[in-house]
Design a protein. Sequence first.
Length: 365
Amino acid sequence: MNAVRSKRGVTLKDIARMVGTTASTVSRALNGKPGVSPALRARILEVARKLGYTPHAPARSLALNKTENIGLLIHKRQSLSPTSFYGEIMAGAETAATEAGYHLIFSTGDASSFPKILNTRKIDGLILAGCEFGARFIRKLQCQGIPLVLVDNHLDALEVDCVVIDNFGGAFAAAQHLIKLGHKRIAFIAETLDNRSFSERFQGFRAALEAQGIPLRKEWIATGEAEGEEGVDSTYYGWKAMRRVLAARPLPTAVVAANDAAAVGAMRAIREAGLRIPDDIAIVGFDDAPWAAHLEPPLTTVHVDRLEMGRIAVKRLLELLQGQRRYPMEVKLAAPLVVRRSCGGKKKGGERGRSVPAVHQKTSK
């Protein structure tokens, strides 16, 4: 067989010569394949370590028929800053990939064209993050035969593996908490309700009100997105939506925001109207962004474990690559409420609500 030479000049034949075996046996040992005794495998690994052997990546890819690269595609309108929603998902995915010996290659794009990350065929599988990618685009990717896991998105029929948040339950808990504090005039704001996650959160909010016989008033449901305004600061949409709510009479005494960015914009609008938080209007967000606890007042919000979403997505994708599962699976993470002072339910600081100890899993058969 051809020798696979590392950057330092050490080949499989060099290792085989020192161990007293064949290059093919060394290759099986280094790649974790069967047919090598534990003692011999340990000896080969020790010699390879001492010689400073590093496999040549292209040659290794050809030998294993895989690249050991995982792709992560995020919609181009989303931020990838370290503390952003998808930035933290990417961080969790990168940690899990590295631990498994894989490299994470990330890219941004939209559904208007085939992802460049797939054109080169330099990835073994793909994580598709975000609700902006619709069913038609997802099924188009499926037709390419590449292993695929969705994050923060799912299809109505469980056709593709996905990692999601309990958006409905989290928003239900947020509204329920405000109701327990005595609020009956409760508003809901979002950037848009065309986003699947925001829509599910609205549904949870509405269900909580209906469960207590509290009417849902249309003038207290507002979005901030308008045609031609994409790309502005994400807090702007919350500010704009809250201004629409504040134009209604009577005013609500509390508001649930579809995410923390919208909550920040709403807080600005409330203050500009000469009102106090939470004395005049209480507010609850969703996502528990790293800065939420540092607002004034600290923001009550629903916690989303974004790092864990990224880690689970990689774990699931690796299971698909290894052929461990036959049917698509939905992994749904709990979304506990974090009570702080913005809702008026806590005097100082804040603490995380009780969390369900395990994720919920649903399998399609």
